[in-house]
Design a protein around this ligand. Sequence first.
Ligand SMILES: C[S@@+](CC[C@H](N)C(=O)[O-])C[C@H]1O[C@@H](n2cnc3c(N)ncnc32)[C@H](O)[C@@H]1O
Length: 238
Amino acid sequence: MTSSTDPAERPHRRIRSYVQRSSRLGPRLQGHWDRFAPTYLVPIEHEEASMSIASGAALDPSALFGRVAPLVLEIGSGRGEMIAHGAEQRPERDHLACEVYTPGVAGILGRVGRAELTNVRLVHADATALLEYVLPAGSLDELWVFFPDPWHKSRHHKRRLINDEFASLAARVLKPGGIWRIATDWPDYADQVDRVLTASQDFDGGRTDRFDLRPLTRFEQKAHAEGRGVADFAAVRR
Ligand SMILES: C[S@@+](CC[C@H](N)C(=O)[O-])C[C@H]1O[C@@H](n2cnc3c(N)ncnc32)[C@H](O)[C@@H]1O
């Protein structure tokens, strides 16, 4: 049997939208993890030695938050600026952050923990399974994907998170009338998002004004410094 050196490119495996990086934490981030993971981290089983969620896993959002409330999922929360700000500004909504990068998750834990937010939980895993089978169908009011990794080289475009398949998975978890919000600072990724939304039978929408709840993260600051604009999208689940 032949196998590629890059696990993401082996046949019969889903192509990954991320690179599996070091999960080592320094003392500050380890401190956040030890202090806040018991409250905020969703206990979820992974497939062995991977960030994929085990098949058959399921989450009940109302059990997770202890109430029934509108639910927001953010994929690729990075350092958590957006999820923490959104949760603070809209206490009546529950917020699920999903991030694969371990130091990022520790940073988010520190941010939401120190702010004592009660309407945030974190999933430390590849988000794909959340959309595919872990979350109940029609359970989301909002899905956020802000500044997804651009994967510039054309041979890497297949690793971009947002594509036709992702749109179908997003349609499964968003309730009718639910909103999928996206932002990117890379014009050719914005064109790809345009194509995906136009082709989808499940969504109405496209480019829109800047989402006013979105704080200025380092990705947007860098884009401005480099003279790139940011494209925001909003699409409503039919
Ligand atoms: C370019 S960063 C943007 C972070 C953040 N949204 C912001 O605006 O600052 C993209 C993030 O998405 C995460 N990511 C990529 N693919 C993912 C996946 N399949 N599931 C969860 N997180 C993912 C990466 O680890 C990275 O932290």
